[in-house]
Design a protein around this ligand. Structure first.
Ligand code: KIV
Ligand code: ZN
Length: 515
């Protein structure tokens, strides 16, 4: 029997720390429901103390998402732990995850604590959290740069204080597989009460080793891995869930370990996270990249035609990748639309359903056949709704060889109709400059990405943009069969999100940082 490794998904917390990947509460609930379908063991839904938005996300996910344990991060401070409990108290299965650095570099320069003071605080905060919940996780941050004997002491003390999981983070992506394996084995050998807790690992990808380090830790005895969909996360990201899960599944013979993940949901989860965060998956990314199963070499194709196992170590179907399935057309009604969404695993409120159905009808007028991916894009847009200060009423663009690209844009701005004409280097530039002039935005456009959702010249173009103002970065999306319209919608979606983020920030102050 393979050992079962727990999957702790931190897409909504550490993943959301990727620059520009911030998600609103509705988007987080949508992703959390999909993570439950994927069958992860734990969802880290946010850092409740950090902002009212994170608090609400943890609370709603705790109430609305069935199956996995729902967890909130909390610094080793009573007020953080109290807030995590407030957010989690209605969740049937809940965990508080508290953390404090263990490395001398962090303790000396950042926290200004001695090792002894940090150890006492860690113990006191684990006990405080245990006053609320039975399931407490403790992370000695920057563990891979900590003194190993001190790390053993901390781990022993927090287990004694009631932590059921001790997570060993490679916070700055510094370790190597051999070294990390040795650290985990040392904890197992030297910490007398280690069998009373599950050892977890949490690896960052600064040197491209997050997955390799996590796998080495599993071989050395770790029982939980913390990871994110598509490997998104702070800086170079976190260990990618899909790579760890498929690594264990395909090489069960080697690792003698597996997970309870429903791998057929991987592809869909990856697309959803990419749609919602606007973080495009690189085509050559293992498991979920567009080229991950594309064989182009003649020799490989010849082998595959003769026998799939010659060049294929896993089937695309095992991660839920099938031929784009035609699901609906122009004549499909509201009932069929709802049924199809239910089959894909989405349940929308009446209001969301109406909005999604209107969008579907508009799209069906432009595009003869609609595929699963089209419906997924419609649903993720319905979830990312924000109060609309700005909306598009009309758009006309002229461009071509030896012409100055010119855009006439009509927007509804806080209920007032404004029309302007402007020029630019190309049609999208002309539209963006004109929108910027109408909305008087002070933001900077940081990224513009366009991709086709399905194949064919009538495919929907999906545009994602990232805009920044006053240290806040948001992502906007738009999809349409006309990519200029999709571009305008993506920009307006980002400007609407930015307006609500800046307004919330002005009301409730800055988001609390992790340290
Ligand atoms: O990378 C890290 O150390 C973390 C901790 C909060 C677990 O994200
Ligand atoms: Zn982290």
């Amino acid at each position: 029997m393979p050992r079962m490794i727990r999957i702790f998904d931190t897409t909504l917390r550490d993943g959301e720390q990727s620059p520009g990947a911030s998600m609103n509460v509705e988007e987080k609930v949508l992703v959390a429901k999909q993570l439950a379908r994927l069958n992860v063991d734990v969802i880290e839904a946010g850092f409740a103390y950090s902002s009212p938005g994170d608090f609400e996300a943890v609370h709603r996910i705790g109430c609305e998402v069935e199956g996995p344990i729902i967890c909130s991060l909390a610094r080793a401070k009573p007020e953080d732990i109290d807030r995590a409990w407030e957010a989690l108290k209605d969740a049937p299965r809940r965990r508080i995850h508290t953390f404090l650095s263990a490395s001398d570099i962090h303790l000396k320069y950042q926290f200004r604590l001695t090792r002894e003071e940090a150890l006492q605080r860690a113990v006191a905060m684990v006990q405080h959290a245990r006053g609320y919940v039975d399931d407490v996780e403790f992370s000695p941050m920057d563990a891979t740069r900590a003194d190993l004997s001190y790390l053993c002491e901390v781990v022993e003390a927090v287990i004694e204080a009631g932590a059921g999981t001790v997570n060993i983070p490679d916070t700055v992506g510094y370790t190597t597989p051999q070294e990390f394996g040795r650290i985990i084995r040392t904890l197992k050998e030297r910490v007398p009460n280690i069998e009373r807790a599950i050892i977890s690992v949490h690896c960052h990808n600064d040197l491209g080793l997050a997955v390799a380090n996590s796998m080495a830790a599993i071989l050395a005895g770790a029982g939980q891995v913390e990871c994110t969909i598509n490997g998104i996360g702070e800086r170079a990201g976190n260990a990618s869930l899909e790579e760890i899960v498929m690594g264990l599944r395909v090489r069960k013979d080697f690792y003698q370990a597996d997970t309870q993940i429903r791998t057929e949901e991987i592809s869909k989860t990856s697309r959803l996270v990419s749609n919602v965060t606007g973080m495009v998956v690189q085509p050559n990314k293992a498991i979920v990249g567009a080229n991950a199963f594309a064989h182009t070499s003649g020799i490989h194709q010849d082998g595959l035609l003769k026998e799939k196992s010659t060049y294929e170590i896993m089937r695309p179907e095992s991660i839920g990748l099938t031929q784009s399935r035609l699901v609906m057309g122009k004549l499909s009604g509201r009932h069929a639309f709802r049924e199809e969404l239910a089959r894909l695993g989405y349940s929308l409120s009446d209001e969301e359903l109406q909005e999604a159905f209107d969008r579907f009808k508009r799209l069906a007028d432009q595009k003869r056949e609609l595929f699963e991916e089209d419906l997924e894009a419609i649903v993720s847009h319905a979830a990312s709704k924000v109060p609309e200060r700005f909306s598009l009423r009309a758009l006309h663009v002229e461009s071509g060889l030896h012409r100055v690209p010119t855009a006439t844009v009509e927007l509804n701005v806080d209920g007032q109709v404004i029309q302007k004409t402007g020029t630019g280097d190309g049609p999208v530039d002309a539209v963006y400059r004109t929108i910027a002039s109408i909305t008087a935005t002070k933001s900077q456009l940081r990224a513009y990405i366009v991709k086709a959702i399905t194949g064919g010249t009538d495919a929907q173009g999906e545009v994602s943009v990232r805009v920044e103002q006053d240290g806040e970065t948001v992502t906007g999306h738009g999809s349409d069969t006309d990519i200029i319209v999709a571009s305008a919608q993506a920009y307006l979606n980002a400007l609407n999100k930015l307006a609500s983020v800046l307004e919330r920030k002005a009301k409730s102050g800055e988001k609390v940082q992790l340290c």
